[in-house]
Design a protein around this ligand. Structure first.
Ligand code: GDP
Ligand code: ZN
Length: 288
């Protein structure tokens, strides 16, 4: 447990909380009883959560597992090259953020390895629909100031494929953090997905970075297929205008989303992701 004084303390849960409905999660704000001298403090109260990154769609109730509480934003890191970015995987991360009601921003690292204008073009769709885009090089220390500002004072869930430079970026931003290069991805390989928990790294100038390697495994589990379109911000102003109230935006006539696609106002790659993710969700809901 991290004290208000910035020190780490060992603590235990008060008995009542051990059996409670609300289970303590990484990122929770708590109140403690200091306890007797020489004894570890006891966590007595868990404050209501501002937000959460959950393993089930929020509100689905029973069986929900919280990966991290009080997350302000999801920061999704890809590399411009090495490894090649997969837009479909990016869309999946964005849907997870949206389904949890969390803001998301995109970091494209390793811009030193290719043309920065190419990066801008490759990710232009995302900037256009409103996701803040950071082009960075941990190696050449490019784009770090804006990213630093975006992380300061906030709780950020950091995710992205391994090898894209997440640890390198954190080390470049916060030399004192002392993360080993490869450390963030290593924890994935150790199979921590059995716990789906995140690790919170306090930032020296306020805020936290939650290392959430399990984000991909969390997936969109439990998201109702009919809610997927809400997770595509550029679809939101259109869906209410579709001819059919239960339009799936895949094949129907009179679909505003598909009309916008035809006019080039909705990106074909994004719509394609939507169709693929929808098939996946429908398949999953059949299995349940
Ligand atoms: P993580 O798995 O996402 O934490 O990635 P790491 O930080 O471990 O970096 C993976 C590899 O990419 C390492 O060999 C880094 O040195 C390299 N790397 C990280 N950032 C950059 C960058 O901005 N440019 C270049 N050229 N290489 C980088
Ligand atoms: Zn439609």
């Amino acid at each position: 447990m991290l004290g208000a004084d910035g020190e780490m303390y060992e603590s235990s849960l008060r008995g009542r909380l051990k059996q409670g409905v609300v289970k303590l999660a990484v990122g929770d704000d708590v109140e403690v009883d200091p306890g007797e001298a020489g004894q570890a403090p006891t966590i007595a109260t868990i404050h209501p959560r501002r937000s959460k990154l959950a393993r089930r769609a929020p509100g689905s109730g029973y069986g929900e597992r919280i990966v991290a509480a009080n997350v302000d934003q999801v920061v999704i890191v890809f590399a411009l090259v090495k490894p090649t970015p997969h837009p479909r995987m990016l869309d999946r991360f964005l849907v997870i953020a949206e389904a949890n009601g969390l803001a998301a921003r995109i970091v494209v690292n390793k811009v030193d390895l290719a043309d920065e204008a190419a990066a801008q073009a490759l990710f232009a769709d995302y900037a256009r629909i409103g996701y803040p885009l950071h082009l960075t090089s941990a190696k050449e220390r490019r784009g770090l100031d804006a990213l630093h500002e975006a992380l300061q004072g906030r709780v950020s869930a950091l995710s992205g494929p391994s090898g894209v430079g997440k640890s390198s970026l954190l080390n470049a931003l916060y030399p004192g953090l002392g993360l080993r290069v490869g450390e963030i991805s290593e924890s994935v390989n150790k199979g921590r997905h059995t716990t789906v928990g995140a690790l919170l790294h306090p930032l020296p100038d306020g805020g936290f970075v939650a290392d959430t390697p399990g984000l991909r495994e969390i997936g969109m589990w439990g998201l109702d297929p009919s809610r997927l379109a809400e997770c595509f911000p550029e679809f939101r102003p259109l869906t209410a205008l579709c001819r059919f109230a239960d339009c799936t935006h895949t094949v129907e006539p009179g679909c505003e989303v598909r009309d916008a696609l035809g006019r080039g106002e909705v990106s074909a790659a994004r719509h394609d992701s939507y169709v693929k993710l929808r098939e996946e969700l429908e398949e999953a809901s059949r299995l349940w």
